[in-house]
Design a binder for this molecule. Structure first.
Ligand code: ADP
Length: 568
């Protein structure tokens, strides 16, 4: 660019110089020739007027120190006299001579055959028979002769240098802003959107720069807008508790959020890759492949972890209203399904549990109408009473459980767990249900717990009751409390019938009873209640059991710090 501007401005300057010089020379020459012709005409008239035709006088006339040549020609064209040459040919064909005979005066500038150079002629008629012609070589007239060339070259060099200097200034005025614009464009293209150009001229380049800066401003604000939107979208997608996958029409992944990746066991970036290589589930892939319409479906995922999913797809439409892919949202409904299952199972269990004693009560009550014998009648009444008792226990347990489940905040009172345990022990001293009961209490635990005292009581009651229920006639129970670091521990150990290993994981489930044949009149809700209460205390419960040897339940509760603990 720089070179091109330099070359074209130099060419222009040189061309202009040539044109100007030529025109100037031509103009000046014409003027000088005219002036010479005038002088020659004056010389002719002076000679005619003074009648001085001898060579001596004629040789006195000169122009620019060059002697003027005079030629006198008669009407026949014969050269009567010539100051420079003898024996000249007939001159009638010379145009200035011919015209002078016709019009009195004539001048011309032409090549002289006699002298072999360009010559300026002026012919004046003396009388009808003679014409005098004065002439000087054209070289004598030219202002721009060889002598001036050196000055001319100096001027040309000076003009060229001047024009070079001006061109460089012009280049700087054009190239610098263009370079600045180029640099700014490069920086912006490389992500530096804050870059602006510093051109403050009032010309076209200035207005181009300010338009460029406006454009950069808009670009920056749009890009930061879209980056904000992108960040928001990413934050939403990343924090979502459901999976989002967007694929194009060829099933290549456009977007996938961490939840979806986790769900399908994908642990690397798969943008641009085909989704069917990563989700090994025919149902999901064919659901994604079908015609893009809004649709919802429930699918059982087998790999990597069995899950129940609800998936919904919707088409992605571009600005020309053409579907370019689909977006699929995946909701993990495994827990919801399990809860639904549990609920319906709970209802079925409750109905079943209630039905058994009720059927029994109804049956005995109906039979009672026809029983006359007092003994049998009393026996039947006892059974009805027992069944009613069972029904009450069952309903009580259900109520306790639902009460625990529904109360989301526990009472917060300070109580001494040892006192509560003593109260429970006192309920069963010596014997219970005709069993010999021996309870040892080794109390090395905390004296303060914070929470609901009644619930703690209920928990201990259930554990001790079970220990007695599932033991032989001679029951020995060891209750221990102790502390370790921030935790309070309570152990209830018996020497009873124990629990089979395979049942251990399920004994805390509602209505789960180890063996129906044990038939101790339990509701199957006791340990479910215990588990819920330990959860309310932010604790955990563990069980160890050896069949026919005994069972040990251990409760671990985090001790809540007393207020005084916080004061230094
Ligand atoms: P239930 O009200 O029927 O006793 P639980 O939920 O309290 O129901 O107990 C569930 C099952 O766990 C019982 O059916 C019983 O077989 C077993 N079980 C609970 N505690 C003990 C224990 N201390 N010794 C042996 N088995 C027990």
């Amino acid at each position: 660019m720089k070179k091109r501007i330099l070359a074209s401005s130099l060419i222009t300057v040189i061309f202009a110089l040539i044109v100007v010089t030529c025109s100037f020379i031509a103009l000046v020459n014409i003027k000088e020739i005219d002036k010479t012709k005038e002088i020659l005409s004056t010389y002719n008239e002076v000679i005619i007027k003074n009648n001085i035709f001898n060579d001596k006088d004629l040789n006195e006339f000169s122009i620019n120190r060059t002697k003027v040549r005079f030629t006198i020609v008669d009407s026949e064209g014969n050269v009567i006299n010539d100051t420079d040459n003898d024996n000249l040919e007939n001159h009638l064909d010379r145009e200035e001579i011919e015209e002078a005979f016709k019009n009195g005066n004539a001048s011309t500038t032409r090549f002289s055959n006699t002298q072999g150079i360009d010559v300026v002629y002026y012919a004046t008629k003396i009388d009808e028979n003679t014409v005098i012609r004065a002439s000087v070589p054209l070289s004598n007239v030219r202002v721009f002769s060889e002598g001036y060339i050196k000055y001319y070259i100096i001027i040309i060099i000076f003009v060229i240098l001047l024009s070079l200097g001006l061109s460089l200034k012009l280049i700087r005025a054009i190239i610098y802003p263009v370079k600045e614009l180029e640099m700014a464009t490069y920086k912006i293209a490389n992500g530096d959107y804050s870059r602006r150009v510093n051109i403050f001229t009032n010309d076209e380049i200035g207005s181009l720069a300010s338009t460029f800066n406006d454009m950069a401003e808009q670009l920056q604000s749009r890009i930061s807008d879209s980056a904000d939107k992108q960040n928001k979208l990413e934050a939403i997608l990343e924090s979502m508790e459901s999976g989002v996958i967007a694929v194009d029409n060829k099933q290549n992944v456009i977007l996938i959020n961490p939840y979806a990746k986790n769900l399908f066991g994908i642990n690397r970036d798969i943008i641009g890759e085909n989704i069917s290589e990563y989700i090994i589930d025919y149902d999901i892939i064919s659901f994604m492949r079908n015609v893009p319409e809004i649709e919802t479906k429930e699918i059982k995922l087998m790999h990597p972890i069995p899950r129940e999913l609800r998936i919904k797809k919707a088409p992605i439409i571009n600005s020309r209203k053409i579907p370019i892919g689909i977006v699929v949202t995946v909701l993990d409904i495994t827990d919801i399904k399990r809860l639904e299952n549990m609920r319906s199972q709970f209802v079925a269990n409750v109905s079943h549990e209630l039905k058994t004693p009720l059927t029994s009560i109804k049956g005995f009550a109906e039979t009672l109408k026809y029983v006359e014998d007092n003994n049998t009648r009393n026996k039947f009444l006892d059974i009805i009473d027992k069944e009613a008792e069972r029904l009450t226990t069952l309903i009580n347990d259900i109520l306790i459980l639902s009460n625990i489940e529904n109360s989301n905040k526990m009472k917060e009172e300070e109580f001494n767990p040892s006192e509560v345990i003593e109260d429970v022990i006192n309920m069963f001293v010596n014997n219970f249900n005709n069993k010999e009961v021996k309870i040892c209490f080794e109390d090395k635990g905390t004296k303060i717990l914070i929470g609901d005292r009644d619930k703690f009581y209920q928990m201990m009651l259930n554990l001790v009751e079970n220990a007695i229920k599932y033991s032989n006639d001679s029951v020995k129970i060891n209750i221990k409390t102790y502390e370790n670091k921030d935790y309070a521990y309570v152990e209830v150990e018996d020497n009873g019938m124990g629990i089979p290993k395979e049942d251990l994981p399920r004994i805390f489930e509602r209505f789960y009873r180890v063996d129906k044949s044990r038939a101790k009149g339990g509701t199957g809700l006791g340990l479910a209640i215990v588990k819920h209460i330990t959860k309310m205390f932010n604790g955990e419960i563990y069980v160890d059991s050896i069949l026919n040897k005994g069972t040990k339940f251990t409760i671990k509760i985090r001790k809540t710090k007393k207020l005084t603990d916080f004061i230094f």
